[in-house]
Design a protein around this ligand. Structure first.
Ligand code: NAD
Length: 305
């Protein structure tokens, strides 16, 4: 198992002296501002975790809450106010925005963020720099995966990597980062024919799909490195048993809470893979560690006020 929690802890430990140095030099803490619109339960949890991790790391974290009914103009006004605030280093708008904002509205909000404060690395300016291999602020989840592979001693150059999923936040930037590290990369998605056969050739297989246990052992070349980005809540005990078997220790947790979080990779893959990330405790903690790192990078890069 590739230990995301341990690697995330190592990254956070490296950030600590930089936070202290920033505070000494600027007389203030690096400041992360999170904009949360609406009351989506998963988003509330993600924001709470980011807030806690940021505060623990010595950052100043402020959450700006807007109601689900907030018009697009109000969300844009919040972002513009933070852009203009010289004591704000990083801006994160928690996705997804409410349906009323729509796809175009969501794009407008993310486009409005000052690229220098775009700690998610989603702004088209930063995406362009990422394509050219010179982004300072890279999307947190895929850059966390690269950190994990590096720090766990997995080489990338010359390897055949397959990424399942082509989202803007995980699949596409993941493929670009693997390519920059000299892997040969294929991106698969919901319309890919022969998905299983393509995946089964991969030395490194990254699953970013959003379907519990989708990647079964048949997708995996023996000895491959399997990275499970998926975070899926399973509420059905039958589904939990189908994934883990009736006597698995994780069923105890399910029975206590009435649900469990599982990845996109089937638990049986552990018997085939050479190395794999668990869920939870794999990619998730790295995503947060990279958010903290991006906030510090953004803060250090800003002019002194
Ligand atoms: P998304 O819905 O935007 O994209 C999913 C992708 O999977 C799409 O590109 C789609 O083409 C592909 N896909 C769907 N069904 C498929 C199929 N049957 N065969 C092949 N490909 C298929 O999702 P996303 O935002 O990229 O997130 C993916 C997963 O990663 C989700 O479970 C999400 O919760 C999780 N996630 C985790 C973290 C983390 O920190 N660990 C961060 C972001 C997202």
């Amino acid at each position: 198992m590739l230990d995301g929690t341990r690697v995330a802890g190592a990254i956070r430990a490296e950030l600590a002296p930089r936070v202290t140095e920033f505070l000494a030099a600027r007389g203030r803490r690096p400041a992360l501002h999170i904009v949360l619109v609406g009351d989506d339960p998963a988003s509330q949890i993600y924001v709470r975790n980011k807030e806690r991790a940021g505060t623990d790391a010595g950052l100043l974290v402020t959450v700006h809450r807007l109601p689900a009914s907030a018009p697009l103009e109000d969300v844009l006004a919040t972002v513009r106010r933070l852009n203009a605030d010289s004591a704000c280093d990083g801006i994160l708008v928690q996705a997804p925005l409410p349906k009323t904002i729509g796809k175009q509205g969501t794009e407008q909000v993310f486009d409005a963020i000052d690229p220098a404060k775009d700690v998610d690395g989603f702004h088209p300016h930063n995406v362009g720099l990422l394509v050219q291999g010179r982004a300072a602020l890279k999307p947190c989840t895929p850059s966390g995966v690269i950190e994990l592979l590096d720090r766990e001693g997995q080489s990338l150059a010359g390897k055949y990597a397959v990424v399942i999923g082509r989202s803007e936040i995980v699949g596409k930037p993941m493929a670009l980062l693997l390519l920059q590290r000299d892997a040969t990369v294929t991106i698969c998605h919901s319309k890919t024919p022969d998905l299983e056969a393509t995946c089964a050739r991969a030395d490194i297989l990254v699953a970013a799909i959003g379907r519990p246990g989708f990647v079964t052992p048949a997708f995996v070349k023996p000895g491959a490195v399997v990275i499970d980005v998926g975070i899926n809540r399973v509420d059905s005990r039958d589904q939990a048993v189908a994934l883990f078997g009736a006597n698995h220790p994780r069923l105890v947790g399910f029975d206590t809470r009435g649900s469990m979080v599982v990845g996109d990779v089937h638990p049986a893959v552990v018997d085939v893979a050479g190395a794999m990330t668990p869920v939870p405790g794999g990619v998730g903690p790295l995503t947060i560690a990279m958010l903290l790192k991006n906030t510090l990078v953004a803060a250090e890069g800003r002019p002194r006020t």
